[in-house]
Structure formats: C-alpha cells, structure tokens
Design a binder for this molecule. Sequence first.
Ligand SMILES: [Zn+2]
Length: 163
Amino acid sequence: MDENNRIEDIRSVLKTVDDPELPSVSVYDLGMVYEIRVVAEDVHIKMVPTFLGCPALDFIQMNVKQAVEKIDWVGSCFVQFTMERQWSTDAITDKGKLELRKHGIAPPPEKYRPGDEWTVNCPYCESDYTSMENVFGPTACRSILYCSACRNPFEAMKPVVEQ
Ligand SMILES: [Zn+2]
C-alpha cells in the first residue's frame, strides 16, 4: 500500500472519531487534524485544539489513538496537540456544518472577522429572527439562542477566528 492510500485509511478512521462534546461531528470534520505522517507502520498525528480550555483533549487524544491503532497495518499511533496553527471555525468542513445543524446546533458564521456582527440562522427553519438567551451554553464553545420564527431554542457555535 502506498503512502497516499495509508493516509486515506487514516482519514476515513478520523471521520468516525467524534468530538465528545459534539456528538456525531468527527474530529476530522471539525478541522482538528493538522498533519498525518506515516513512518514505517507508525502514525504521527498532529491536531489543533478547537477551543482553548475545552477539557476533552485527553479524551480525544485517546480516542484517536485507539481508533487508528485498529487499522491492520498500523503499529503505534502518536497523537500530539500543537499550537503551530490556530484553529478557527472556518476549518469546519461542510459535512461538519451539516451534522451540527442536524443536531440543532447552528454552525459558526463563515469568514467572520473580529468585530463583525454575529448573526445566527436557526438550524431548524433558517430564519434569522433569533435572539440570544444565554451567552454561556452547556460548554464555553456554545451559546443558547431562541428562534422567534419556529419558537425553538437552539445552540450556536461561537465563531473563533485567527486574531
Ligand atoms: Zn427557527
């Protein structure tokens, strides 16, 4: 198997490892995978943490390691979080955004710049007639909003961009 196929193998596995705080959105679709390197049968993965201070990093690291080591040809998998690059919500893939919406979480706005107004469309009916109920959602990464059009409360992922 050549290196490209091996990396493709690893990518498909990473698409099955969920962020524990965002069930059914994989670490891959969240844009957390920064680099995959294969050295003989060992795999080295560099990841960028989504939100500084999100407590689940150890857990994610362990889940990724275990999932990748289940691949036949993989000896050991080493997972490292790096600060070489800052994660931003623009790194979330289209599939990731779709999954967020399916779970009633409005994806972060695209190409948001600090100081921009943050408008959130309801993940259920797409209306922008929404209001902030609580800046602090279940995690520091999310906020609670309310849609006045379909009268559903929902969560929104806060935009995070490079400063
Ligand atoms: Zn709505």
